[in-house]
Design a protein around this ligand. Structure first.
Ligand code: GDP
Ligand code: IMO
Ligand code: MG
Length: 418
């Protein structure tokens, strides 16, 4: 087993950061392939909380390359903040794709206006993600590689941004500020903005190098396969690895899908297993379900098997990493949505496509609960999950800290990746 991909199976915030951190100790590079500072990935090392937005979790381990792939959109100020919070040895391990796009001040401004004027806002993170991808696909974007072209920042960046400002709006001060911050980013990371597609493929060629791909968001927020239009603007599913990194997904040996033992969603859009009222508030408080990036209270609901079956197929999933089961400690039974009912029809799999999910009612079953989380107490629940969805649990997170995890039957009998 060499290359592994970790993806979110729900609507984001499944605990991907924690799982990637656990697996990263055994790899040579961790790679983000989509999204940007809309992501907020958390791990606790001891009792110290670390939150990363652009950088993959591996950056917190010594000696591992932390690669920001071409599919990402990068907000210079936020990235610099993240970089500057790290020790020099970790900073030296960062590589950024020269084809990754740059999020500019007007992207955030446009998004704010769009959200405020929409009759049905998406509830985005307001990090300029959608408008930055719009510029990418309109072929009018700025790429990280532009910043390191000889003389570009000195002679052309201002005019480029000013031209965009005249089309899209914004202030002259905003342009001057963006020039300043892009120059700082260029100066800080000049030699680390490279062709990461080439780098990843050479790492694959040279014997024994192992790669870990870290999805951001979750596959129910996928631009193509999520609950459109209430989605993000990239491809968080495993299918995004190829175009987002330039590394063939055929070379990835194992896809781990992260799911909580219940579900959450931030922002608007369909959420079939959602619960409300006191029950929801208790779960939100117990799980600390407040957005890592925006601080917004997360909507909460029960584990959704039709959505998991859909996610398993979409991501060609090999195994689950199950997180946050400890939040449900002490319940004699745990509610699980096993199917949806629509009129007389029973749906076992989330319908996907352009289905608007209206009129869907979740069918809830009570599964055996637990008082504490370990491989023995969770066995009945994990066995049922495998029986119902066909996918085994390979990683059980037993708490928020780095060391609170059980790895079983995962990659070798010894519990190692290779
Ligand atoms: P990500 O975006 O998928 O990386 O997830 P977030 O970091 O946004 O949100 C997950 C939250 O759950 C973080 O605060 C983690 O520290 C926490 N977490 C992860 N795994 C567990 C777990 O097994 N138990 C508990 N109680 N918290 C966890
Ligand atoms: P991580 O990587 C949860 C949601 C937003 C909104 C929609 C579109 O931490 O799991 P965007 O700003 O991307 O245009 O917003 O997607 N969203 C997330 N929800 N976790 C995330 O990232 C998210 N990134 C975006 O709330 O509904
Ligand atoms: Mg998050």
């Amino acid at each position: 087993m060499r290359h592994v991909c970790v993806v979110g199976l729900n609507w984001g915030d499944e605990g991907k950061g924690k799982i990637v951190d656990v697996l990263a100790r055994d790899v040579d590079a961790v790679v983000r392939y989509q999204g940007g500072a809309n992501a907020g990935h958390t791990v606790y090392i001891g009792d110290v909380k670390h939150v990363l937005h652009h950088l993959p979790m591996g950056v917190l381990h010594g000696g591992i390359l932390a690669i920001l792939g071409n599919g990402m959109v990068i907000e210079p100020r936020k990235l610099l903040e993240e970089v500057e919070s790290l020790p020099e040895e970790a900073i030296a391990q960062i590589r950024i794709s020269d084809s990754a796009h740059v999020v500019l001040p007007h992207h955030g401004a446009i998004e704010k206006v769009n959200e405020e004027s929409a009759s049905s806002p998406i509830g985005t993170t307001l990090r300029g993600i959608g408008p930055a991808y719009q510029d990418k696909f309109a072929r009018t974007g700025l790429r990280m590689g532009d910043l390191v072209k000889e003389g570009f920042v000195e002679n052309q960046l201002h005019d480029f941004l000013e031209e965009r400002r005249q089309v899209l709006g914004g202030t002259e001060e905003g342009v001057l500020e963006a020039v300043k911050i892009c120059t700082r980013l260029r100066d800080r990371l000049r030699n680390q903005i490279v062709d990461t597609r080439e780098l990843l493929n050479r790492m694959h060629d040279s014997s024994g190098k192992r790669l870990l791909f870290e999805g951001a968001q979750g596959c129910m927020l996928d631009i193509d396969f999520g609950t459109y239009p209430f989605v993000t603007s990239s491809s968080p599913s495993f299918l995004g690895v190829g175009t987002g990194s330039g590394f063939s997904p055929r070379k990835v040996d194992h896809v781990v899908g992260v799911t909580k033992a219940y579900c959450t969603r931030v922002g608007e859009g369909p959420f079939p297993s959602e619960i409300h009222g006191t029950e929801a508030e208790e779960l939100r408080q117990a799980g600390g379900e407040f957005g890592t990036t925006t601080g917004r209270p997360r909507r909460v609901g029960w584990l959704d098997l039709p959505a998991l079956r859909f996610a398993a197929e979409l991501n060609d999933l090999d195994s689950y990493a199950l997180t946050k089961a400890d939040v449900l400690n002490g319940r004699s039974t745990v509610p699980v949505v096993t199917a949806y009912r629509r009129g007389d029809e029973i749906l076992n799999v989330y319908p996907g496509g352009t289905d608007d999910l209206s009129g869907i009612e979740p069918i809830v079953e009570e599964w055996p609960g637990w008082d504490s989380v370990d491989e023995v107490t969770m066995k009945p629940f994990m066995d049922l999950l495998e029986k119902e969805t066909g996918i085994p649990v390979s990683i059980l997170s037993t708490g928020k800290r780095r060391d609170e995890v059980c790895l079983f039957n995962p990659f070798t009998a010894e519990g190692e990746l290779a």
